[in-house]
Design a protein around this ligand. Structure first.
Ligand code: DCM
Ligand code: DCM
Ligand code: ZN
Length: 250
């Protein structure tokens, strides 16, 4: 996800943290402002481009070798994870935010980075569209600020609490386990959950057919529900994971 997605996930997560977890997270982040989780949400995306953060570049995704969808979507763990690590092996110590972006669990065309598309007339690639252009368009902005993320987080949290996601939430966090191989096993389930969407929608028509097409119309319209669910899911999983770490609860 891009800035908007990551900030929204952080802000959703923040509203589900339990008291002791809030205290610990604020302590480690050294931030007690009202948006402490939103403020840090894009840190991992800048860090990986610094020389000292280069080791973490591959921790943002897993390149499933199931290409080319839609014929098969499949995550093999540890098979799909290189020795340097991937988003599944890194979950125990690192970043939860990106694993709900379907193309972060797909190897084809480097997670869709090599699939050229146009979005409302503007040349881009499929990965960037899912990270950024689609979420931005959903919020009716080309340059999202913190207010867009806050508004979106509130809206999605309301749908988790009493709206269209009310009945899904339990299934989003049912694989959480922190002991032993738990983190990698949980993360493998999450990666499979995302990777399934690659075949059922994201690359449904076949990546080659999508090359150089305009995706700002029906493709965009039908992606909205998926993006909303995946961002909400990311926030809920992040909160549950932190609660589990700091209070032994899920
Ligand atoms: N990005 C960044 N610094 C750069 C280049 C890109 O912070 N030099 C950000 C822009 C997008 C995000 O990375 O918000 C996309 O990353 P990912 O696909 O891992 O979510
Ligand atoms: N990415 C991915 N899978 C890959 C390579 C990259 O999901 N095999 C993601 C990580 C980056 C984004 O795509 O945030 C853009 O990649 P880059 O920064 O290499 O242009
Ligand atoms: Zn991305």
């Amino acid at each position: 996800w891009g800035q908007l997605g990551h900030q929204t996930i952080g802000l959703i997560a923040q509203s589900y943290l339990l008291p002791n977890t809030i205290e610990k997270v604020q302590f480690y982040l050294n931030d007690t402002t009202p948006t402490y989780m939103g403020n840090i949400a894009t840190w991992a995306d800048s860090y990986r481009y610094l020389p000292e953060g280069a080791f973490s570049y591959g921790y943002h995704f897993i390149d499933s070798e199931d290409a080319p969808p839609p014929d098969s979507c499949k995550i093999e763990y540890p098979g799909d994870c290189p020795p340097e690590g991937c988003i599944v092996s890194a979950i125990a110590n690192y970043f939860i935010g990106d694993i709900t972006q379907p193309l972060h669990t797909e190897g084809y065309g480097a997670g869709g980075n090599d699939v050229a598309v146009s979005f409302l007339g503007k040349a881009t690639n499929l990965h960037a569209a899912w990270d950024t252009a689609i979420p931005n368009r959903m919020l009716n902005t080309t340059k999202p600020g913190f207010l867009e993320a806050l508004g979106w987080a509130n809206n999605l949290a309301a749908n988790v609490n009493a709206g269209k996601f009310k009945h899904d939430v339990k299934s989003w966090i049912k694989h959480h386990d922190i002991k032993g191989d738990g983190p990698a096993e949980s993360a493998t389930q999450w990666a499979r959950d995302s990777n399934k969407l690659v075949c059922s929608y994201v690359l449904e028509d076949g990546p080659k057919t999508m090359n150089n097409t305009e995706i700002g119309g029906k493709y965009y319209e039908d992606s909205i529900d998926i993006v909303e669910m995946q961002i909400a899911k990311g926030g809920i999983r992040l909160a549950a994971w932190l609660n589990m770490i700091f209070e032994g609860e899920t």
